[in-house]
Design a binder for this molecule. Structure first.
Ligand SMILES: [Zn+2]
Length: 249
């Protein structure tokens, strides 16, 4: 049941007939793990907090550095040197004190991803660490949890929802060779608002899945060429031989 403050705070979402009070209640009951509180995790955590997702778990083992502030807008100059998870928690609780925010102050790996994923309904992958990405994906496949994945580099980004619905692909279906991982922005640079665009699409998909509205970006890979400002969409089939989600032969 939403109280009067919540009905007012979330009124512009409740006004959407597809959501209404029932959809907002589902969002408020949602438990979401955000892996990485950098460029993508910044808009994801702020929009999910503002929109009322009831419990957020923030996982990041890094501290805020001056060169992060160009795009990681959940942190500010006073946060330099602080844990990214702590800094993000302070900011999003100021935005919405109604929600619960827990911290996991380490980088998730194959040993820790399973436990972190088990406590939530859905996972948002906002990291640029590929060992973490693959570990989180494997935990999501093992536990049947949807994974909303984003990536941003230079002027280009991509978004997809994995492991959601029948015959849905997983992240490893997209990268069959784990040794052949994409590049990261620490080596290549990134234009500030690119992470805002891609992270906002991730937050959008999370809210749709929690509320059970619309058509999730599952089995499709959305690609943005920011220099031309063009979106493309690729069909992303499940790989029956996938090392993570394929059936053993
Ligand atoms: Zn797979």
């Amino acid at each position: 049941m939403l109280n009067d403050d919540q009905l007012l705070r979330y009124s512009r979402q409740i006004l959407l007939p597809q959501l209404d009070v029932a959809g907002q209640e589902k969002i408020c009951a949602g438990r979401v793990l955000i892996v990485g509180l950098g460029g993508l995790g910044a808009p994801v955590s702020m929009y999910l907090a503002a929109a009322g997702v009831g419990r957020l778990v923030l996982a990041d083992g890094d501290t805020v550095d001056l060169h992060n502030l160009q795009r990681q807008i959940v942190h500010d100059t006073a946060s330099i040197g602080q844990s990214k998870a702590e800094s993000a928690r302070t900011r999003i609780l100021a935005l919405n004190p109604e929600i619960r925010v827990e911290i996991c102050g380490k980088f998730l790996d194959a040993d820790t991803a399973g436990e972190a994923v088990s406590g939530v309904d859905l996972v948002v992958d906002c990291t640029d660490n590929f060992a973490t990405r693959f570990a989180v994906n494997a935990a999501c496949v093992a536990q049947g949890k949807p994974l909303v994945s984003g990536a941003a580099i230079r002027f280009e980004g991509q978004v997809a929802v994995f492991n959601h619905g029948a015959d849905a692909p997983c992240y490893a279906c997209l990268y069959p060779d784990a040794s052949e991982v994409p590049e990261t922005c620490s080596e290549n640079g990134v234009l500030a608002p690119l992470v805002g665009v891609i992270g906002s699409v991730q937050a959008f998909e999370v809210l749709k899945i929690l509320a059970g509205v619309g058509e999730p970006l599952s089995g499709r890979l959305l690609l943005l060429d920011g220099l031309a400002m063009r979106w493309r969409e690729l069909r992303l089939p499940k790989d029956p031989l996938c090392r993570v989600c394929g059936k053993p032969v």
